[in-house]
Write a protein that binds this ligand. Structure first.
Ligand SMILES: [Zn+2]
Length: 241
């Protein structure tokens, strides 16, 4: 998604290639349209009315079916023509499992909700409902669930340490389905990240405040900004939540 050119550059699922989507929608709806990437929209929402209010250097990391990131650096949401923030494809286990992107051992193959679910099912030889069930089993003392969980946490910490070294966030906001596990995820992740860092600025690691509404709320904020009206304030944020 190229937010700045308002084009859908590449969609694997739908087959779009460099589609001027905003212009097409605008013609069809006869209304102004603004287009954004879901994760960057989520970051905008968390930064304006969510867990990252007031932070000028934020890494927003939704961990769900996939893993991605949005970067706010010096108060600006980075785009890089739509390519910035593909944290899910940082290699954390060289030569590891094949990733949908064509590489091997990407973060997404170890620490996405889908990978955790598949990892546990493969280990135990039977299907499981989702990563939430693995989390539930971790809290009930299941050793296999703990092994899969710890591996995912270690992989996330490795990728976040790399991102911290490069981008120096003050705040890392973990969102997506996996963040629903709360401190079961965040406590060991903080400890692992802390171990991995030496000289770097140590970021606070918190859970997202807006859950799966962050993308929609961010899209709403973008539309609001596109109208040229005054920016949404913290007080406005209380009303929308
Ligand atoms: Zn990959």
């Amino acid at each position: 998604m190229d937010d700045q050119r308002q084009r859908a550059v590449h969609s694997v699922n739908i087959g779009w290639r460099d589609l001027p989507l905003a212009a097409r929608l605008q013609d069809a709806c006869r209304l102004p349209v603004t287009l954004g990437h879901d994760v960057r929209a989520g970051a905008l929402a968390e930064n304006t009315i969510g867990a990252a209010r007031g932070s000028r250097n934020t890494l927003f990391v939704p961990v769900g079916t996939g893993v991605s990131a949005a970067v706010i650096c010096d108060g600006r949401l980075l785009h890089a023509d739509g390519y910035v923030g593909e944290l899910g494809h940082v290699v954390v286990e060289p030569g590891g499992r094949q990733c949908a992107c064509g590489s091997r051992g990407c973060l997404e193959t170890v620490a996405s909700a889908a990978a955790i679910q598949e990892g546990y099912a493969a280990r135990c030889g039977r299907p499981i409902d989702g990563s939430a069930e693995v989390a539930d089993r971790v809290s009930r003392g299941d050793a296999d669930a703990r092994t899969v969980w710890d591996r995912a946490v270690a992989a996330l910490a490795t990728a976040l340490a790399t991102a911290t070294t490069m981008l120096a966030p003050e705040l890392i906001v973990i969102g997506g389905g996996l963040a629903e596990a709360g401190e079961l995820l965040l406590r060991p992740l903080r400890a692992r990240l802390d171990e991995a860092l030496t000289f770097q600025r140590r970021p606070l690691l918190v859970r997202a405040a807006l859950g799966d509404r962050s993308g929609c709320l961010g899209a709403g904020l973008s539309a609001w900004e596109a109208t040229g009206r005054p920016a949404v304030s913290e007080e406005d944020g209380v009303r929308t939540s």
